[in-house]
Design a protein around this ligand. Structure first.
Ligand code: ADP
Length: 548
């Protein structure tokens, strides 16, 4: 027997309809790529997104066509998203920090018909324009006054492109399982693979992220997503905020400490989200200038492990609650978030910090388990670690065009629907998950595993250390031993002996790195994570002192 409730498809344009109808006056503030701060409202965004949708339709863009964006978080980028999704076309967010060759590959692979691009990234596209010659035109996200000269074919300023189009337009009608967005994972092995989100998965994920134990944004909140819209849907904020009418503050091209601080204070931001490297820059700026945060109450930190020292600084020095989160592009992307269970806020601070340093609990719509190499379930005791498997309605079951499918199918999940995240983790009795490592980064020493993340987390807490990375280096007896690579803080002169002394008692003795190397820079990926592959290449022939 079927229920007799209304058929109300879970489609993305409904989110903006709601925002415009019930929160039409609520602002979106953008630090524009041109420079000035620009203020708009959900009512304006709704109207302009419909104009984008109408303009796309007039130019022959149809259901299922892919449209690329290479853009910062701005109101224009937001309007482009909703305009594309509102006609059932697919918004392909391209990470502009990828190598030009990778960008060319994914634009061709996606068969993007148009590209919407910020002026910042025009030079990147000009270099590869000949390789991506199936693109029919480029819409530059600016106005005539700021339109630069470009060799890109069929380039037009966004405001000119919209000029003759009004907002008298009905969103297209389509099934909620229609594709809405496309985002390629960085693909450390093989070519990048496209994750194809649906309208239904985006709406469900936005709702899940808005639950109280997760981000839980409200209409009274002011949300600054520093995490870019090209990094896995800006962690769902672009759906979650309009859903509740939260004000959004879009940082444009400036993600440095002073610029982010200025927006946090000027716009009285209450919640913000980004990877640890962004917060490192903010905290350094605040420390150097003796600044405080007057309105911020929550900061969501994920994308790579958040060191306990960073959690402690935010919570104890600045009074801001840290929500440590974990996820991946394939998961829309949020999987877990570290909010307390009943009574945990009464624990002594060192115990609280231990809980907060874990990656958190699964939110509704996410199921998790850990298994050994043979696929056998492991206990949830906080000790056993194994391959982290996930399933849920906002988690990928295949990549775009069937890339990477198993056993001659396009499926990337096992027969019970579990997706292997490639992460190694523990799960405790209360459901808190802790990432030990990426499966490919874990250090295998004498048949046992050493967690590089654990060592890194403690090492960055050592005075004088700005960044830390741990990789496995060949050892004749133990196969691999950990090498700790460090970037010192400006003018700090911390030594190998001081760092190793600092780690004493914090990690198991046999995990102690065999050596410490000091470098000026640690290579980061396009999404701000430590590039372990590059480090392993750099230190390929490194001879550990004990091994020589
Ligand atoms: P990409 O794989 O393209 O770099 P993703 O953002 O999809 O981009 O990366 C997902 C991976 O990032 C996860 O599988 C995990 O290894 C890592 N990650 C994300 N959040 C955390 C976190 N809080 N702690 C540790 N690792 C994390």
């Amino acid at each position: 027997m079927l229920g007799s409730m209304q058929d109300w498809p879970l489609v993305v344009p409904k989110i903006l309809d709601h925002a415009a109808c019930y929160h039409g006056e609520r602002e979106m503030v953008t630090r524009s790529v041109e420079g000035p701060i620009v203020r708009t409202t959900y009512a304006d965004l709704h109207s302009r997104s419909r104009r984008v949708a109408k303009a796309l339709t007039r130019r022959g863009i149809r259901l299922g066509d892919r449209i690329a964006t290479l853009a910062w978080n701005t109101a224009r980028h937001f309007e482009t998203w909703y305009g594309i999704m509102g006609i059932g076309a697919v918004c392909h967010t391209v990470n502009p920090r990828l190598f030009a060759e990778q960008i060319a590959y994914i634009i061709n692979h996606a068969e993007d018909r148009l590209v919407f691009v910020d002026t910042t990234f025009i030079p990147t596209l000009e270099k590869i324009a000949k390789q991506i010659d199936r693109v029919e035109g480029y819409v530059i996200l600016t106005d005539a006054a700021n339109m630069p000269k470009t060799t890109l074919p069929n380039a037009v300023a966004f405001e000119d492109w919209l000029k003759d189009v009004d907002d008298d337009f009905e969103w297209a009608k389509f099934d909620e399982n229609t594709a809405a967005g496309l985002c390629y994972t960085s693909g450390t092995t093989g070519n990048p693979k496209g994750v194809l989100y649906s309208h239904r998965s985006n709406v469900l994920h936005g709702l899940a992220v808005n639950t109280g134990d997760c981000v839980g944004a409200k209409s009274t909140d002011v949300f600054l997503p520093v995490v870019p819209m090209f990094h896995a849907n800006a962690w769902a904020t672009v759906f979650a905020c309009p859903m509740v009418g939260a004000k959004m503050v879009m940082p444009g091209a400036k993600l440095d400490g002073p610029s982010v601080y200025e927006l946090l204070e000027m716009e009285q931001v209450t919640i913000t989200a980004a990877v640890p490297t962004v917060w490192q820059m903010l905290l350094a700026h605040m420390e150097a200038n003796n600044l405080k945060l007057s309105t911020l109450r929550k900061v969501m930190i994920g994308g790579s492990a958040c060191p306990p020292s960073m959690i402690e600084t935010f919570e104890k020095k600045y009074g801001v609650e840290v929500m440590h989160a974990w996820g991946m592009t394939e998961m829309s992307p949020v999987g877990t978030i570290g909010s307390f269970k009943f009574g945990m806020e009464k624990l002594p601070w060192p115990e609280q910090l231990k809980v907060k340093s874990k990656q958190g609990r699964a939110m509704f719509t996410v199921e998790m388990k850990i298994v050994d190499d043979d696929g056998k379930d492991l206990p949830h005791d906080g000790k056993a670690f194994g391959h982290l498997m996930v399933r849920g309605p906002a988690i990928a079951r295949a990549y775009f065009k069937g890339e990477g499918g198993r056993h001659g199918t396009d499926s990337i999940v096992d027969k019970d629907g579990w997706f292997d995240t490639g992460d190694i983790a523990t799960l405790d009795e209360l459901g808190f998950m802790q990432i030990t490592d990426r499966a490919k980064d874990v250090i295998k020493s004498g048949g046992e595993w050493i967690s590089s993340i654990d060592i890194e987390n403690f090492a960055v807490g050592c005075p004088g250390v700005a960044q830390a990375a741990v990789i496995g280096v060949h050892h004749p007896k133990w196969d691999e031993r950990p090498l700790l690579i460090i970037v010192r803080k400006p003018s700090a002169d911390v030594t190998k002996e001081q760092v190793l002394k600092f780690l004493e008692g914090k990690i198991a003795k046999w995990w102690t790195p065999d050596d410490v190397a000091f470098v000026n820079e640690i290579p980061l990926t396009a999404t701000g994570k430590i590039q372990k592959v590059a480090l392993r290449t750099q230190f390929k022939d490194y001879k550990l002192p004990a091994a020589s």
